[in-house]
Design a binder for this molecule. Structure first.
Ligand code: NAP
Length: 322
């Protein structure tokens, strides 16, 4: 009997590949930087029992309906906005993600981005490297304080809660908005539930940690930025699609908000000519929220274990539910 075929859409750890090879026939798109061409992905998916995918792969209805053997798509991310869940369900394909293992790493990066943006750290690094530091001066590269300020977290899920824990260490007041209130954890975390409008009006830092969905797409638009303080700093390390980038540019350029720290963009990768990069008050990162060696390895292992479970007839460890 031939062994089930697993196709991996980007180069991942040799150890994880070996772990899969003990049970399955495994092939991998061996590029680290380049997305697999759509045609090749379609061709491999047609033969595959399992796909280990990246957030850059579009797993849509066309692919799912043309992949007769496919049983599981294990996405190397907690977000799954690149996968058509309805089509997966219709085609009896289990979808898995990598929650929890990346929570603290992404929260660390989100809080670092907040700190870097508030205290203008990238500008300060360039200042020295460009040989501009000629003397000490009272307001040289003066940024905004973080301690004792108010942080508003939109989407207090796993990562949002881990961001709240970090904010506690900075003696911040912590507000949050979710569709459903999380009363059971409020006192332990020291967070207050408020309406979206209240959060926008009161926060010095507005941090978005929601998934990208039909509901959150373009949620941060001009009207929303107008409701923030003109000293507010907007941080997004969820998904670029939650922001209307043209509106964000206008809000920053016209001084409606003060600064933005962005780990994610509407169309990734962005080029150096992206309008937001022309603004000194924008700190931009290339979607590295969960990118630590330890966490990326754990994510790969979890994705592989999900594949093993499903192909061996068991239940996925971290299935995505519709
Ligand atoms: P999670 O535990 O599912 O938390 C998501 C939170 O968002 C939930 O509390 C949810 O609460 C809330 N939410 C959903 N829809 C909302 C809406 N319309 N308005 C307000 N709140 C809403 O997920 P997580 O593990 O924290 O991850 C969150 C997201 O971060 C992921 O989906 C992913 O896109 C992104 N992420 C990015 C990186 C990176 O590299 N930058 C890394 C990891 C994750 P309710 O359902 O009650 O509204």
């Amino acid at each position: 009997m031939t062994r089930p075929f697993v196709f991996i859409t980007r180069k991942i750890s040799d150890n994880v590949v070996s772990m899969l090879e003990q049970h399955f026939l495994v092939e991998m798109w061996c590029e680290e930087e380049e997305v697999i061409p759509r045609e090749l992905l379609m061709e491999k998916a047609k033969q595959a029992d399992a796909l280990l995918t990246m957030l850059t792969d579009k797993i849509d209805e066309e692919l799912l309906t043309q992949s007769p053997y496919l049983k599981v798509v294990a996405n190397l991310a907690v977000g799954y906005d690149n996968i058509d869940l309805e089509a997966a369900k219709k085609n009896n394909v289990t979808v898995t993600n990598t929650p929890d293992v990346l929570t603290d790493t992404t929260a660390d990066l989100t809080f670092s981005l907040l700190t870097a943006t508030a205290r203008r750290i990238p500008e300060a690094i360039d200042y020295i490297k460009d040989d501009q530091w000629k003397s000490w001066s009272p307001y040289m590269l003066a940024g905004s304080d973080i301690h004792h300020k108010t942080i508003g977290i939109v989407g207090l899920g796993n990562i949002g809660q881990a961001v709240a824990k970090r904010a506690t260490g900075f003696d911040m007041e912590i507000l949050y908005y979710n569709r459903s209130r999380k009363q059971d954890i409020e006192s332990e975390l020291g967070v207050k539930y408020v309406s979206f409008e209240d959060l926008l009006n009161r926060s010095d830092f507005v941090v978005c940690m929601t998934p990208l969905s039909k509901e959150t797409e373009g949620m941060f638009n001009r009207e929303v930025f107008k409701q923030m303080k003109d000293t507010a700093i907007f941080i997004n390390s969820s998904r670029g699609g939650v922001v209307n980038e043209e509106d964000l540019f206008k809000a920053l350029e016209s001084g409606e908000i003060k600064a933005a720290g962005l780990d994610v963009f509407q169309n990734e990768p962005i080029g150096a000519d992206h309008p937001l990069l022309t603004l000194d008050q924008v700190v931009a990162l290339p979607h590295i929220g969960s990118s630590s060696l330890e966490t990326r390895t754990e994510m790969m292992e979890l994705a592989a274990r999900n594949i093993k479970q499903v192909l061996n007839g068991g239940k996925a460890l971290t299935p995505v539910h519709i």
